[in-house]
Design a protein around this ligand. Structure first.
Ligand code: KG4
Ligand code: ZN
Length: 338
């Protein structure tokens, strides 16, 4: 089964041609991602309208590229898999409408894919030994969730964030500490260069099924202000130290919750996925959990990509195939709860 994947839920336009191979890892014939980080950097965050326009501009040639590189005719595909949510409405519409056009003109079935499900199943792109059940910690700029995964399509959300996502917390703290958008990666580089620190950032206590990062953001802002009062302009060493404190506080909350659910659910396989899973400290701490086997995705499959969307659409067996009727009725562009 050979499918085209299209992803445009936030600030990455991506396409992929992937084939499911019996008894082996899926074969990626071609994949491409165009990031919009430069476009949004001057605003300090994603501007939805600009992002949507950029998708519109990029989608035709990115899709054409992956079809060309893989030597695939549109008509030879078994499915066109496209992200239908959650994500930015205008951005999703660009990908969905583009995919609908391709499907209607070629007669190839259109498959709507949930973006979070894409992240949850992404480790299967690289790990042939991952087995159900497992816990999936999904940590990105928009989501912080733990799911119990009992099979394809069998997900139980065990915890999600009450307010900000972990990536947002990284980015906001990074912004206050003067790192360019999206500062999460830069903050973690400075933190790693500094090494561990002792700090008084609060531990959140919002209940086992919730994460919360908004209070932490305020605590970080206050901590930075207090240091500025003492030191004036922060030195490079102090900035690195504060980055380390922030990283520790965010990672600690994530790890505590993973540890809790590993014990409560009696599951020892843990998947960490989404942009924040690129964080080296988080990776180290998950890997160090006793009795836990971790399955991490390589960076290109941690951040948003179309390969996980193609894979998810394909393993769903094109079950939600949809060509006739109004696709918008079948795939309302709004947050889909797994
Ligand atoms: O999954 P993703 O690429 O896009 C969304 O769907 O949001 O995640 C992006 C998020 C950003 O908040 C970014 O700062 C964060 O992932 N991120 C990191 C690291 N690399 C990316 N956060 C902490 N440490 C990193 N190394
Ligand atoms: Zn994502």
């Amino acid at each position: 089964m050979k499918v085209l994947g299209i992803e445009s839920s936030c600030d990455e336009t991506a396409a992929c041609v992937l084939e499911l191979v019996e008894g082996a890892l899926p074969k990626v014939h071609a994949e491409q991602v165009s990031s919009q980080i430069k476009l949004h950097a001057e605003y300090g965050g994603v501007v939805p309208e600009l992002a949507a326009r950029e998708h519109l501009k990029n989608l035709p040639h990115i899709v054409e590229n992956v079809l060309d590189i893989s030597g695939t005719n549109l008509g030879a595909l078994d499915g066109i898999c496209v992200t239908v949510g959650p994500g930015l409405r205008g951005c999703l519409l660009m990908g969905l409408d583009f995919a609908k056009g391709l499907a209607l003109s070629s007669g190839v079935p259109l498959v709507g894919v949930n973006h979070i499900e894409g992240h949850i199943l992404a480790p299967f792109l690289e790990h042939h030994d991952l087995k159900f059940p497992y816990l999936a910690l999904v940590v990105s700029g928009g989501h912080t969730e733990i799911h119990r995964v009992d099979g394809v399509g069998r997900y139980t959300c065990l915890a999600r964030t009450l307010d900000d996502a972990a990536g947002e917390a990284f980015d906001k703290a990074a912004h206050i500490l003067g790192c360019a958008y999206p500062g999460g990666r830069r903050l973690s580089e400075l933190a790693d260069a500094h090494g561990p620190v002792k700090h008084n950032l609060p531990k959140t206590t919002v209940g086992k099924n919730l994460f919360s990062f908004s209070g932490l953001k305020t605590a970080i802002a206050l901590m930075i202000e207090a240091r500025k009062k003492i030191e004036g302009e922060l030195s490079a060493a102090t900035r690195s130290e504060l980055c380390s404190a922030v990283q520790d506080a965010i990672c600690q909350q994530l790890i505590d919750r993973v540890k809790f659910f590993v014990a409560e659910e009696g599951i020892s396989s843990v998947v960490v996925t989404g942009g924040v899973s690129a964080n080296a400290e988080l990776r180290r701490r998950v890997a160090a959990l006793p009795g836990v086997r971790t399955f991490l995705t390589s960076p290109k499959y941690s951040t948003d990509n179309a390969t996980m969307i193609a894979y998810t659409g394909a393993v769903r067996g094109l079950r939600d195939r949809c060509l006739d009727g109004d696709v918008f009725d079948r795939y309302p562009v709004e947050r889909m709860v797994l």
